[in-house]
Write a protein that binds this ligand. Structure first.
Ligand SMILES: NC(=O)c1ccc[n+]([C@@H]2O[C@H](COP(=O)([O-])OP(=O)(O)OC[C@H]3O[C@@H](n4cnc5c(N)ncnc54)[C@H](OP(=O)(O)O)[C@@H]3O)[C@@H](O)[C@H]2O)c1
Length: 336
């Protein structure tokens, strides 16, 4: 059996509470040029971020290419890099907008959670990254939230070989840790019955707006399984606020969500707390959260987000959220 908590996860935790999520480098939601992509990673490095996450899916190879280019000259042992398996890239049409990625690389993603699919994906990722090693390998978007009625078929593929391939890669020292990168906790619990996973990247499910899964997080903490919280702004609305046409979970935010964010914003204004500071610190306060990743395609926002993680938040702010039924009593918070 794998040890209760690998020293690698301790390193992830001590490298700092915040990492950089590079879907934006694949032009998610908007196109950014190569210089801005490079400047964003450089800003992350200058701010002391040492955990970087990407995936073949992000711009169909574009994010991995840009991230690898930006990191290649950095000392390899000084940062942790994760990418994902579960989709192979096959030649496809160029497009202005495909799955929310603007001007991505001319490939199409094809789901493949099989043993061979995992092995082929890792090899291709290493070549796109132009790096000799991946530290954490996540199986990407397994579960009903992504696959609906096709879930059983893809999960069967993972059980028949995909998880074994990942465990072999870890046993051979090709990667240091393995896990899932998903938008739900249910598939995490289901997968842990079958696979020996070290770390789970869970997006958008434990946020100030949507604080579910706390009990599952606690169980992971007891079992020594790391949690990387992603989508801490629920795709944008918890950073941009309720005005305009904010993003919520990859789409335009629906009215009830906009109303809840507006109500949280009223509390923020009263205690001079920036909304994204509250969103980020809420996630980081959960004892099971090893690290949180922030996603942006802007160097300035990297610097801003790091400052937001330290912005003072009085206990009275969390109290008023509870009084107004915007936060349940039992959610851990940290006040400064
Ligand atoms: N299934 C999975 O494994 C999975 C799913 C989702 C996410 N993730 C990981 O988590 C990372 C982040 O997720 P995400 O990008 O979906 O969600 P997110 O971090 O909740 O939101 C990112 C969005 O918020 C905006 N933003 C960030 N900081 C801001 C600020 N200070 N002010 C205003 N706007 C701000 C960014 O826009 P700008 O670019 O304009 O700044 C970006 O569009 C991904 O890159 C990926 O690494 C993994």
């Amino acid at each position: 059996m794998h040890p209760a908590r690998s020293p690698f996860l301790d390193r992830l935790a001590t490298d700092g509470p915040i990492g950089f999520g590079a879907s934006t480098l694949g032009n998610l939601y908007r196109r950014i040029d190569d210089e801005s992509a490079r400047a964003t990673v450089d800003a992350a490095w200058e701010e002391g971020l040492r955990y970087f996450d990407t995936a073949p899916f992000y711009g169909f190879g574009l994010s991995e290419r840009r991230l690898g280019d930006a990191l290649r000259e950095r000392p390899r042992d000084h940062y942790i890099l994760s990418t994902k398996v579960g989709r192979l890239l096959v030649p496809g049409e160029a497009a202005d907008d495909k799955f929310g990625f603007h001007s991505p690389m001319p490939f199409d993603p094809v789901y493949d959670y099989s043993y061979d699919g995992v092995m082929r994906s890792v090899e291709a990722s290493l070549q796109r990254l132009g790096l000799g090693r991946i530290d954490i390998l996540y199986m990407h978007d397994l579960g009903r939230a992504t696959h609906g009625k096709d879930h059983d078929r893809y999960f069967a593929q993972a059980l028949a070989g995909g998880f074994r391939a990942m465990e072999e890669l870890r046993d051979q020292g090709i990667v240091s840790a393995i896990g899932l990168g998903v938008n739900e906790t249910e598939i995490c619990a289901e997968s842990l019955l079958h696979a020996d996973l070290d770390v789970l990247m869970i997006a958008g499910r434990y946020t100030l707006l949507n604080p579910g899964g706390s009990a599952f997080f606690e169980e992971c903490r007891r079992r020594g399984i790391g949690i990387v919280a992603a989508g801490v702004f629920n795709s944008g609305i918890l950073a941009t606020g309720s005005r305009g046409t904010p993003h919520y979970d990859y789409e335009t935010a629906p009215e009830p969500i906009i109303r809840k964010v507006a109500a949280i914003e009223q509390c923020c204004a009263r205690y001079d707390v920036p909304l994204p500071a509250a969103a980020l610190q809420f996630v980081l306060a959960h004892p099971a959260v090893t690290t949180a990743v922030i996603g942006t395609g802007s160097a300035e926002r990297i610097t801003q987000s790091v400052a937001l993680a330290r912005h003072p938040i009085p206990a009275a702010f969390w109290d008023i959220l509870r009084e107004r039924d915007l936060l349940a009593e039992d959610h851990p918070v940290a006040s400064t």
